[in-house]
Design a binder for this molecule. Structure first.
Ligand code: CA
Length: 244
């Protein structure tokens, strides 16, 4: 199988030696084949040279920022990219997702958490499908999502809330899936609109709020004081994984 992690090539774009040392040792032990780029320009050069299966991309890199590297790679490849942010500021991580990163991890992080994220994005990405424009977010078969008492079967298009089946409209379903896939993380309004309605959507931005309101009516115990889908004022929305 091509999904054997001993075959998985990781490009690590990172300029802090302490992180590089720890990651090379840790990821190699996990069976990854690690190549290190110490600045943004080298990251792009090694991307072409190595054709990695996954990129761990530090946001703050010398010469060319992680944002610019991500944008440049995204223009020609859908290779999974995990953005690594310095201080875990929500705005930085959100920018990462807007330029096309698949996920992000904030420093400091545990190696175990990072490897779990890496395996998750690799699972979501069909192997050998790194062509520009291919949609890695929607492989043929998607795993069942479960969080906060909500269970989503993406393939069967079924949703249950606290063990009761609910019927969601298509966009509501996609929105809830996206929020739960990113449990605990803020998704900006732009990212949500972009992913659900497409980047060419120029309709009323109130549409998103209307859909969020409908979702809350379906999933919240008390929709007037939501605890599962919370508003991050001026930024976007977040699904809260553990509310118990
Ligand atoms: Ca850095």
């Amino acid at each position: 199988m091509a999904s054997d992690t001993s075959q998985t090539k990781v490009l690590l774009a990172e300029d802090e030696e302490s992180f590089i040392d720890a990651l090379v040792i840790g990821l190699t032990r996990e069976g990854f084949d690690v190549t290190v780029a110490r600045d943004g320009v080298e990251a792009l050069r090694l991307f072409d040279l190595v054709s990695p299966d996954l990129i761990l991309l530090d946001l703050m890199l010398p010469k060319l920022s992680g944002i610019d590297v991500c944008r440049s790679i995204r223009a020609r490849s859908s290779v999974p990219i995990i953005m690594v942010t310095a201080k875990g500021t929500e705005i930085d991580t959100v920018v990462g997702l807007e330029v096309g990163a698949d996920d992000y991890v904030a420093k400091p992080y545990r190696l175990r958490e990072l490897v779990a994220r890496m395996r998750a994005v690799l699972r979501r990405t069909p192997t050998g499908d790194h062509a520009p424009g291919s949609d890695a977010a929607h492989p043929d078969s998607r795993p069942i999502l479960e969080s906060g008492g909500i269970r989503i079967d993406p393939d069967r298009h079924q949703v249950s809330v606290r063990e009761v089946d609910v019927h969601l409209r298509r966009k509501e379903f996609e929105l809830l899936s996206l929020l739960i896939e990113n449990s605990g993380r803020v998704l900006t309004r732009d990212v949500l609109i972009d992913r659900i309605w497409g980047s060419d959507y120029y309709g009323d931005t109130k549409t998103l709020d209307v859909h969020i309101k409908r979702l809350r009516n379906h999933v919240e115990v008390d929709p007037s004081s939501p605890i599962l889908i919370t508003t991050i004022r001026g930024v976007g929305y977040r699904f809260n994984a553990s509310t118990d």
